[in-house]
Design a protein around this ligand. Structure first.
Ligand SMILES: [Zn+2]
Length: 119
C-alpha cells in the first residue's frame, strides 16, 4: 500500500468530517432506520388545501432525490472508513492498484482508480 500512517489518519479525518456533515443534512429530511446508514424520508402530513398539497408533493419528490443522493455518499464514506480499518484503503476495488494520492485528495471516498472509474 502506498499510503503511510499519516496519510491514512489525514484521510480518515476528512472522511469523518464529511460523514458528520452528510448526517446532519440527512437528518433534516430523513430519519435513520438503522446504524449502517439507511434512512427513511420524513413524510410531512399532507394538508387539505389543494395548492398546499401540490407544493408539498413537489418538495417531497425533491427530498427523495436528495435523500438517496446523500445516502449514497454516506455509504461510500462508510465503506472508505471500513477500508481504513481493515487496511485495504487506497486500493482500487476493481483492479487492485493503488489509487493516486491526488485522486484521494480530491475524493477521499473514491473506490476505483482513474482508469477503472473512467470506464
Ligand atoms: Zn482500477
Amino acid at each position: 500500500m502506498a499510503l503511510n500512517e499519516k496519510d491514512l489518519k489525514k484521510f480518515e479525518g476528512i472522511l469523518i468530517e464529511q460523514k458528520n456533515k452528510l448526517k446532519e443534512e440527512l437528518s433534516r429530511i430523513a430519519n435513520p432506520t438503522s446504524d449502517n446508514g439507511d434512512y427513511e424520508i420524513k413524510h410531512e402530513e399532507i394538508g387539505s388545501d389543494r395548492e398546499d398539497n401540490a407544493s408539498e408533493v413537489e418538495e417531497y419528490v425533491d427530498n427523495v432525490a436528495l435523500e438517496s443522493n446523500l445516502e449514497e455518499q454516506l455509504k461510500e464514506i462508510n465503506n472508505a472508513l471500513e477500508k481504513i480499518k481493515n487496511g485495504t484503503y487506497g486500493a482500487c476495488e476493481e483492479c487492485g492498484v493503488d489509487i493516486s494520492p491526488e485522486r484521494l485528495e480530491a475524493n477521499p471516498s473514491a473506490e476505483k482508480c482513474m482508469k477503472c472509474a473512467g470506464k
